[in-house]
Design a binder for this molecule. Structure first.
Ligand SMILES: *[C@@H]1O[C@H](CO)[C@@H](O)[C@H](O)[C@H]1NC(C)=O
Ligand SMILES: [Ca+2]
Ligand SMILES: [Zn+2]
Length: 598
């Protein structure tokens, strides 16, 4: 072990670093922000405690920070600016920083960086910096650490041996995606050297990035690309929910999908396969049922979901919803350059060849659904299962809020941290991932008057849905607060707290600014539901890798400063504070304070 403390201690400013080595012992839920216990392998029998150093977030309000090193005469160079800003802010040398990528969004440009040790990147010590068009720093976040020691940087375990170890430990196969060599910060503050290898098992539905110690040949950590739905089950009653089918003509948004939904720039299809989505049961996409692009299949609820016409109806619905999520999130900032899912990126930045693949009536499970988000450039994969609460059973692909929930995992996992799929891995960040997914489904279903929102009624045939409470502004209907996290450990339960806070933010914004019926295609409007969705997506790019409720809230406040000059600052603070996430909230203790003047 070579110690880095001598080398770096004179130039490090401890304040801005998470001091990993001093953070033990952890009270139970204080680990939410930094840890997550993963049960991996095909049967979940291998337990790993995954660690991410604490991340910080600092926003510089409407003014931004006029940092002397960020300005370059004439041409703004985001790489030079972000590296010099970070080096001076953290008091480290530029050689300790690796500029990974950048993304130009509508109201800010974003740099994504990693710590490096002697030129070897550190997987879980990352940073991002947002700049205005005139080169001011709008915000930055970091989980850089001062390692207490570091392994030799030349591996003594070969990649092939590491692959064999990972395949055996994780019950899967290396999928051929190029492996990397990266340091990984451990909870004691030391840096281990790891081979990073993607392992997949199609039948078990697992897809992880394994970190294998390149000296001891042990699996020391994983990134789990799969967001699993583990739905809470409520007793079901006899009420039957029916939401009417409609035939929509040309629902595609050409501003988001310039060649429509059945053309990737080189190939035109007449199936449920296009530039954004490939949807099928098995490997064959559903073909049109008439000579033109008419995907008309009338679902027969009295028959099993597996009869041909019901399969086709489900595939077409999933294709329609996932394309619609592509188009609406595209309008609000999830584009090629911010790491979205498309086969052809039309030269607009980011990596292509990663449209969402949707497996409808996937045979691997029941009563569930999941979504895997590998890094930009590899397809997101959605699996929809059948539900057996009723007879005949029901198809999750026909419940739009389930499809939107799963699809949103792809949006949040790609936009947070710059397209790596590594940045919603802690318990708290994973919980918020579930929350955002419920929230986009909530947003999609709201009308002129904000209503309580319930997720998953159709699949289990119960108006109470699959969460513990409806999302509501009423503290009687939904009592969840920031302090509820003290007793919650499961990501969907934590997600309910976050989704309910965002429901309250949404209701407040609509209360102030009204509601637009054309929000999906008109992001330029001033209404509250439009303002909300802008802040939702803008904040994802600003927030740290593995955010907490506190840093995610701060990113919303900064997003409002960036786009609306802080016009909604007090509305946002009041809504967050109403559920305990006020100015002085910390360590899962509520606070209802709002800033002076609010
Ligand atoms: C994949 O998982 C299944 C269990 O679902 C297991 O039987 C199989 O051996 C695994 N495949 C590999 C390559 O480990
Ligand atoms: Ca992409
Ligand atoms: Zn989920």
């Amino acid at each position: 072990m070579a110690s880095f403390s001598k080398l770096l201690s004179s130039v490090l400013i401890a304040l801005l670093y998470s001091s990993a080595a001093n953070a033990n012992p952890w009270p139970l839920t204080s680990k939410h922000a930094t840890h997550r216990t993963r049960a991996v392998g095909a049967d979940g029998s291998l337990k790993l405690e995954v660690f991410h150093p604490e991340s910080t977030f600092e926003g510089f309000g409407v003014e931004g920070l006029d940092h002397p090193l960020t300005r370059r005469a004439g041409n703004f160079d985001i790489e030079a600016a972000s590296v010099s800003f970070l080096a001076s802010k953290l008091g480290i040398q530029q050689k300790d920083i690796h500029f990974r990528t950048s993304a130009k969004a509508e109201v800010a440009q974003h740099a994504f960086l990693k710590q490096q040790i002697n030129g070897v990147p550190v997987a879980n010590a990352v940073a991002n910096v947002a700049f205005s068009d005139d080169g001011k720093v709008l915000s930055f976040s970091s989980s850089f650490v001062k390692p207490s020691g570091s392994a030799e940087q030349t591996p003594t375990v070969s990649l092939n041996d590491a692959i064999a170890t990972a395949e055996k430990a994780l019950d899967g196969t290396h999928n051929g995606h190029p492996a990397t060599l990266e340091f990984l910060i451990q909870p004691d503050g030391s840096a281990v050297l790891t081979h990073v290898i993607q392992i997949q098992n199609e039948s078990a539905g697992t897809w992880v990035e394994a970190f294998v110690d390149a000296h001891s040949n042990k699996v020391v950590s994983v990134t789990d690309f799969v967001a699993k739905a583990s739905y809470r089950v409520l007793p079901f009653n006899e009420e039957i929910l029916t939401e009417g089918f409609q035939t929509l003509t040309d629902p595609q948004d050409l501003a988001a999908s310039s060649l429509g939904w059945h053309n990737d720039g080189t190939t035109s299809t007449t199936t449920t396969a296009g530039n954004n989505v490939f949807a099928a049961k098995g490997s064959t996409a559903t073909s049109q049922s008439s000579a033109t692009l008419n995907f008309i299949y009338t679902q027969n609820a009295a028959q099993a979901p597996t009869v041909a016409v019901n399969v086709a109806a489900a595939v077409v619905n999933a294709f329609y919803i996932v394309n619609s999520v592509h188009d609406v999130t595209y309008r609000y900032g999830f584009t090629e350059s911010t790491f979205n899912f498309q086969t052809n990126n039309f030269g607009k930045g980011g990596l292509g060849n990663d449209r969402v693949t949707v497996s409808v009536q996937d045979p691997a499970g029941t009563d569930n659904a999941d979504f895997s988000t590998p890094p930009d450039g590899q397809s997101g994969h959605m699996r929809m299962f059948l539900w057996d609460f009723t007879s005949p059973g029901r198809d999750g692909a026909l419940e739009n809020d389930i499809v939107i929930h799963e699809n949103t995992h792809g949006v949040t996992n790609r936009m947070t941290g710059g397209g790596t799929g590594r940045c919603l891995q802690t318990t708290e960040a994973g919980g918020m991932g579930e929350g955002w997914s419920d929230t986009l489904a909530d947003w999609a279903h709201q009308g002129a008057t904000t209503q309580n929102f319930v997720l998953g009624q159709y699949v289990i045939n119960n108006p109470a849905g699959i969460r513990s409470h409806p999302y509501s502004t009423s503290a009687t209907t939904n009592p969840l607060r920031y302090s509820s996290l003290k007793t919650l450990n499961e990501v969907h339960a934590i997600g309910e707290v976050w989704a309910n806070m965002l429901h309250n933010v949404y209701a407040s914004l609509v209360n102030v600014h009204g509601w637009s019926a054309t929000a999906r295609t008109n992001p330029g409007g001033t209404e509250g539901n439009i303002v909300f969705l802008h802040l939702f997506l803008d904040a994802l790019l600003l927030q740290p890798c593995n955010p907490t409720f506190l840093t995610a809230r701060d990113a919303w406040i900064q997003a409002d400063a960036n786009r609306f000059a802080g016009a909604n600052k007090c509305v946002l603070w009041n809504a967050f504070a109403s559920r305990g996430l006020g100015v002085n909230a910390a360590n899962h203790n509520d606070d209802s304070t709002v800033p002076a003047g609010c």
